[in-house]
Design a protein around this ligand. Structure first.
Ligand code: HEC
Length: 226
């Protein structure tokens, strides 16, 4: 709710200047920004700013390198307040290490070591989203160092391993083979047809299992909502 309100406020405040900018710019697409009085045409530089994804084979990784030692220090300064000194997680903040062998349990502990399939995803996630209060404040070298340290915490690389844009696509993750391509078109072919059941269908549908919310609100929040 408050998120929505903030967004609405920001939109109202931003409107006049955005509309003015749209007037001055030359729209590049057929649906011109000025048709709606909103926005400005994206420049190539703006477009490039969004092209920061790092793919599993390392494509897209920015040039840079980092060490476990440097990562340990950075993590202590910028991440441990929420994720703990070792990545064990503080309170309800995510755990970033351990959990091996728990994926088949009722309550799996999904971490970099137990679950994540690619090291590039880890780099990419930290690079675009962390530290939580200040995303995009780290240099590529700092992100390489923190990623290196987190891989080391999860026993994936040795203490002296130097992580670079050249080798990030070669790291073998413990659960790297635990994922497969979406095969629903084949495996669930019977559901994907135009002949939905319209007669003689099952009279009732029984609930056989319930999803367990891993994000149960704390007890006091439940009480407050009553
Ligand atoms: C103020 C608290 C806070 C700080 C500081 C913080 N994080 Fe996070 N982190 C979070 C929260 C909250 C999430 C979950 C975000 C979500 O699910 O949308 C998260 C998620 C993550 C995840 C994904 C976990 C998973 O398995 O899904 C990684 C990796 C991570 N943070 C790394 C870092 C690193 C590295 C830093 C320091 C550079 C950092 N975080 C600093 C709060 C924080």
């Amino acid at each position: 709710m408050s998120k929505f309100r903030n967004f609405a406020l920001a939109a109202i405040i931003a409107l006049p200047s955005v509309a003015f900018a749209a007037e001055a710019a030359k729209p590049v697409s057929k649906v011109a920004a000025k048709d709606y009085g909103l926005g400005t045409p994206a420049t190539l530089d703006m477009y490039k700013a969004y092209l920061i994804d790092v793919r599993p084979d390392g494509q897209g990784a920015p040039v840079g390198k980092g060490t476990v030692k440097e990562g340990e220090k950075l993590f202590g300064d910028q991440c441990s307040s929420c994720h703990g000194d070792f990545g064990e997680g503080v309170g309800k903040f995510p755990v970033l290490m351990g959990g091996e062998g728990t994926l088949t349990r009722d309550h799996p502990v999904k971490t970099i070591g137990s679950y994540w399939p690619y090291a590039s995803t880890l780099f990419d996630y930290i690079d675009r989203a962390m530290p939580f209060p200040m995303p995009k404040s780290l240099t590529p070298d700092q992100v390489y160092s923190i990623t290196d340290w987190l891989l080391n915490q999860n026993n994936i690389v040795k203490d002296d391993f130097v992580l670079t844009n050249e080798n990030i696509g070669t790291i073998k993750m413990p659960n790297g083979n635990g994922f497969y391509m979406d095969d629903r078109k084949v495996a669930e072919k019977s559901f994907w047809n135009a002949n939905a059941c319209m007669k003689n269908c099952k009279p009732t549908v029984a609930v056989t299992a319930k999803a367990i919310s891993l994000n149960d609100p704390p007890k006091d929040a439940k009480a407050a909502a009553k």
